[in-house]
Design a protein around this ligand. Structure first.
Ligand code: GTP
Ligand code: MG
Length: 298
């Protein structure tokens, strides 16, 4: 499993579209200043932070923003840890790992401002927290359709995860053919100030769905959203082909997989050590005398 820091749901349909924002966030903060604050928040350039302070005269505002971005970054880490544990569990216990790869991204301040603007919401920290549910994004790519549901179910069933929204674009694809599972979840992160719920958007899809979505995204940007109708039709057709491929691959996989018990040894597990341990446990059990009638009666 790999986690690419740059790829991920930031390449969504809306991020990066022209539009900009008249005015800024809260006390006249501009997108550039926010970008500086964001850079500082991920620890890349301390001069960016001081420049922001000079420009805004607002150490407080900067700190607030850095804290906000920190919490989203921590939210991503929490979700990635959960996925890594699930991935190990699937590999070790179920002898097959449904997770092909995982990517993640933190939405850029520029993109946050643009999205608020598109939504017609005045920029503020409250608006960011309330109206932007995809600041923290994690994308899980699986081999097969059934795997996307297995992973989604295992993730949202966890006690400390609160599901805010679940969208099944696999059962009900978008008109253009887009398919994926989208879960908007809240996960607690433990900061020095105490625990805080953080919203994370998790997208789960197959390799074929991911392939299609990346191409569609590139085409959408190339045409600045105004994709020629024949290209739209061709893309929608390609989405159907990708879906058929997913279904065929899944059928083939089911045919060759056979019963789970027929699977070979688990990679990375010392089978000999497990057999020794099992025989030691069995020997210890048979050496233990059965409980006497007196001790078991009360
Ligand atoms: P946004 O406001 O853009 O986040 O969309 P939304 O609130 O309507 O949510 P939705 O679940 O429809 O989409 C969220 C994200 O899914 C987008 O930001 C993209 O990353 C992805 N997505 C949704 N639809 C498409 C699509 O048609 N093509 C591609 N390539 N990605 C899509
Ligand atoms: Mg989005």
């Amino acid at each position: 499993m790999a986690g690419g820091p740059t790829a991920g749901p930031d390449d969504d349909l809306t991020d990066g579209l022209a539009g900009g924002l008249a005015g800024g966030l809260a006390d006249g903060l501009t997108a550039d200043q926010l970008a500086d604050a964001s850079a500082a928040s991920v620890g890349s350039d301390s001069s960016a932070g001081s420049a922001l302070d000079l420009l805004t005269g607002g150490q407080n505002l900067r700190e607030q923003f850095v804290r906000l971005m920190m919490s989203y970054k921590a939210g991503i880490s929490e979700v990635l840890t959960k996925i890594a544990i699930l991935s190990d569990e699937f590999a070790l216990l179920h002898r097959s790992n449904p997770i092909e790869h995982v990517t993640h991204r933190l939405k850029t301040p520029q993109s946050m401002l643009e999205k608020l603007s598109r939504k017609g919401v005045d920029p503020s920290f409250e608006a960011i927290k309330r109206d932007l549910t995809d600041i923290a994004g994690v994308r899980i790519t699986c081999s097969f359709i059934a795997d996307t549901y297995r992973v989604c179910d295992a993730l949202v069933a966890q006690d400390d995860i609160t599901v805010l929204q679940l969208k099944d674009y696999i059962k009900q694809p978008k008109p253009n053919g887009y398919r994926s599972l989208h879960a908007i979840v809240q996960v607690p992160v433990f900061l020095s100030s105490g625990p805080a719920p953080v919203t994370v958007e998790v997208q789960i899809r197959t390799i074929a769905m991911d392939f299609w979505a990346s191409l569609e995204h590139k085409i959408f940007y190339k045409y600045n959203g105004a994709v020629p109708p024949e290209l739209v039709a061709s893309l929608t057709d390609a989405a159907e082909t990708a879906c058929e491929l997913d279904q065929r691959m899944e059928r083939l996989h089911d045919e060759v997989r056979g019963p789970a018990s027929a699977a070979g040894p688990v990679l990375g597990v010392d089978e000999a050590a497990i057999r020794t341990l099992a025989s030691l446990i069995a020997a210890a059990k048979s050496a233990t005398p059965p409980p006497s009638p007196e001790s078991s009666s009360d």
